[in-house]
Design a binder for this molecule. Structure first.
Ligand SMILES: [Zn+2]
Length: 140
């Protein structure tokens, strides 16, 4: 199988509900998000898809929705009080915003929506919280 990858850097806040330690606090990371895309066949000139389309459809989605925002689990008890004072800054997520869940959401929800009609599929997403720590979700 042939695949292509592109990464994008965003700065976002999050809080991990139920975390036993520091990640239960309001804090943020300079996340590096790696997208891996494949297609059933290469196009006429030998590409899966032009890299600029990954930028426009996936990297720009991150810029619009998650960059310089604060990701909060919709069930987080702090979400509603914080949304009252900073509604544009809070992104309500249907998942606890761990790197693992963020990667899964990008592959299962954002990828299919953003790559619709391109003949390509987002098959893997790796999210680095730091240079030392990352999570990967891969569609099997
Ligand atoms: Zn964190």
């Amino acid at each position: 199988m042939i695949s292509i990858s592109r990464y994008h850097d965003i700065s976002s806040g999050h809080r991990v509900v139920g975390h036993e330690n520091k990640c239960s606090h309001l804090h943020g990371h300079n996340f590096r998000v790696h997208f891996t895309v494949t297609a059933e066949r290469l196009d006429d000139i030998g590409r899966i898809i032009d890299f600029s389309i990954i930028k426009a459809q996936l990297c720009d989605w991150l810029e619009t929705h998650w960059d310089h925002r604060f990701l909060m689990y919709e069930a987080d008890e702090l979400r509603i009080p914080l949304q009252k004072i900073a509604s544009e800054d809070i992104v309500s997520c249907p998942f606890n915003p761990t790197a693992e869940n963020m990667a899964q959401y990008l592959c299962e929800v954002v990828g299919p929506q953003q790559l619709k009609g391109t003949g390509c599929q987002l098959i893997k997403c790796t999210i680095e919280e730091t240079r030392k720590c990352s999570a990967t979700y891969e569609i099997s």
